[in-house]
Ligand binder design. Structure first.
Ligand SMILES: N=c1c2ncn([C@@H]3O[C@H](COP(=O)(O)OP(=O)(O)OP(=O)(O)O)[C@@H](O)[C@H]3O)c2ncn1[C@@H]1O[C@H](COP(=O)(O)O)[C@@H](O)[C@H]1O
Length: 97
């Protein structure tokens, strides 16, 4: 379902971390020549730069923003943070309207 897509993708990433296969996300999270953390942080740097350029050019902003969100999720999965903790963190910050 559309409203669960973020949680669904998050669960797939946890599976890719815990039961690695030959795939983009498993390979990024794998600690080999570089640590998974370093590989993911490099991607986050690239994706952040791509989003800045997209925004300034008014081109592909949505796609580049989702790329950055996706790789941020990947870092959080790598760090062992649960999806519910993200929701809890947003809830804590919610101000009464
Ligand atoms: N949502 C995504 C997703 N968004 C972006 N990407 C990948 O992130 C990369 C973005 O990098 P770039 O923008 O730099 O594009 P690129 O030029 O292809 O870069 P490189 O791949 O060469 O680094 C691309 O390779 C995309 O394929 C994603 N890869 C996977 N997912 C989800 O993660 C799940 C697990 O993915 P796998 O590990 O591939 O099974 C999938 O089922 C999807 O739901």
């Amino acid at each position: 379902m559309k409203n669960n897509i973020l949680e669904e993708v998050y669960k797939v990433l946890e599976t890719r971390r815990d039961r690695p296969i030959d795939s983009y996300t498993s390979n990024l999270m794998k600690d080999d020549k570089k640590t998974g953390e370093d590989k993911i942080l490099e991607k986050i740097g690239e994706e952040a730069a791509e989003l800045i350029i997209a925004s300034k050019n008014d081109e592909n902003v949505l796609e580049e923003a989702v790329d950055l969100l996706f790789h941020t999720f990947l870092l959080l999965v790598y760090k062992g943070i649960k999806f519910d903790e993200i929701l809890d963190e947003f809830s804590k910050r919610r101000k009464p309207q």
